[in-house]
Ligand binder design. Structure first.
Ligand code: ZN
Length: 195
């Protein structure tokens, strides 16, 4: 009998690294950091990675990885060379908990295949996040990776369609308003009442 393949077999999910970077963002002119302390980190982990929900233990690793991933993806969208030490550190973390496929037979004779990773939960999470960053450097994800160019926004996103320029509709609105005011203030006849 053919094994059924679940969609959980994938080596890496590119959205995980984007999600990690989104823990640090600007909201209403203030910096929000979901990994600001152990308590906040625990809350973030519970929502997303419940296998590893001890923020006190995991926070330093996540903050370090977030910094590395930001450096890596910034060079990717800028088209500049990635720092070799950053690449090496992310590769090392990605290899911390290798992924394999685990097959299981069921009483009815079916075989299911699932992605499996073994190791300490913190190391496994860091490896998943690191692999997610690396897969963003490869097609097809690389082609869709963008840095939001709205004023003050530092978020990366995966384009849903080729015209998408902003991480969210909110950023799109802010950018349009900023452009409108910039045009008004640089026009030679600004303030004269003519249009
Ligand atoms: Zn944005």
């Amino acid at each position: 009998m053919e094994p059924s393949v679940s969609d959980r077999w994938a080596l890496a999910d590119p959205r995980l690294a984007i999600d990690l970077l989104s823990t640090l963002r600007h909201e209403h002119d203030a910096v929000v950091d979901d990994l600001a302390d152990a308590h906040e980190t625990t809350a973030w982990l519970r929502d997303r990675h419940p296998d590893t929900d001890d923020g006190a233990q995991t926070r330093a690793l996540l903050v370090r990885l977030r910094d590395l991933v930001r450096q890596l993806l910034t060079t990717a969208v800028d088209g500049t060379p990635a720092p070799p030490d950053v690449v090496a550190q992310i590769s090392l973390l990605a290899a911390g908990a290798p992924v394999t496929l685990a097959a299981r037979t069921h009483p009815d004779g079916t075989v299911t295949v699932e992605r499996a990773s073994h190791g300490d939960p913190d190391v496994t999470l860091a490896a998943d996040l690191a692999r997610s960053a690396l897969i963003l450097l490869a097609e097809p994800a690389r082609d869709r990776l963008r840095l939001c160019r709205a004023p003050g926004c530092i978020l990366f996103f995966l384009q849903q369609d080729p015209r998408q320029q902003w991480c969210s509709p909110t950023c799109g609105n802010r950018a349009r308003v900023a452009r409108h005011y910039a045009r008004r203030n640089t026009r030679p006849d600004a303030g004269t009442g003519r249009s």
